[in-house]
Design a protein around this ligand. Structure first.
Ligand SMILES: Nc1ncnc2c1ncn2[C@@H]1O[C@H](COP(=O)(O)OP(=O)(O)OP(=O)(O)O)[C@@H](O)[C@H]1O
Ligand SMILES: [Mg+2]
Length: 200
């Protein structure tokens, strides 16, 4: 039986980029010829809303399927205030580097670390010109975190319920850079060796 990669996108703090990352990682994996499935574990259903708009080249469902899905990678989009460390071994934790957002990430990270999870940290929407945010970003990047720069492409894509990989976004400002940032995170997710940690 073929292996299915399972990855949870998790941060109990709201609005950190979980749903954005979930659907864009899925879109990036379609570009690689893989078949992703997104499981929206949020009753607010941001990623499900995208799917219902009909613009996604992959499926989003609202609960864990009872049968083994036909997919290469299953991405779980968690809801805000979900403090339970996800069951999957691989957890991607997006966070915005503003000081008041950071504490929740640290707390949640420690819980996941205690359970021996493989954690990939992604700093989203960081404002380089704000000294405190830059400091947090630099600190986390030094520890192996990825970053997705603050960019208007995400709200633009969101306004039409698309991912940034949609061909309609091809001419958007610095789209190649943003896509590359997501591709790099996906490459790390797809590394088979579970011993490889990026956040130690
Ligand atoms: N790199 C980025 N640059 C600019 N805006 C971003 C970036 N990443 C995410 N955003 C924006 O941040 C907002 C919150 O993102 P998103 O809905 O993905 O967060 P979430 O963690 O899923 O929120 P919730 O906890 O409510 O489910 C959205 O408006 C999204 O477009
Ligand atoms: Mg969400």
């Amino acid at each position: 039986m073929k292996l299915i990669k399972l990855v949870s996108i998790w941060n109990p703090k709201g609005g950190q980029g979980k749903s954005t990352l979930a659907i864009n990682l899925a879109a990036a994996s379609v570009e690689l010829g893989l078949k992703p499935l997104v499981i929206c574990q949020d009753p607010q259903g941001t990623s499900l809303l995208y799917y219902k708009s009909g613009n996604l080249p992959f499926e989003v469902i609202d609960s864990v399927p009872s049968h083994r899905p036909e997919a290469d990678i299953v991405i779980f989009d968690h809801q805000a205030s979900d403090w339970e460390v996800p069951a999957n071994n691989l957890i991607v934790m997006p966070l915005k580097p503003a000081r008041d957002q950071y504490a929740t990430y640290i707390d949640a990270y420690r819980r996941a670390e205690l359970l021996g999870k493989r954690i990939i940290t992604v700093v989203t929407d960081g404002q380089e010109h704000r000294a405190s945010e830059k400091q947090t970003m630099d600190y986390l990047k030094n520890k192996g975190a990825y970053a997705i720069a603050a960019s208007g492409v995400f709200s633009r894509a969101a306004s039409e319920y698309m991912t940034i990989f949609d061909p309609k976004m091809n001419k958007a400002y610095k789209i190649k850079e943003r896509r590359m940032e997501i591709n790099k995170i996906l490459a790390n997710i797809l590394i088979e060796n579970e011993e490889v940690k990026n956040n130690d």
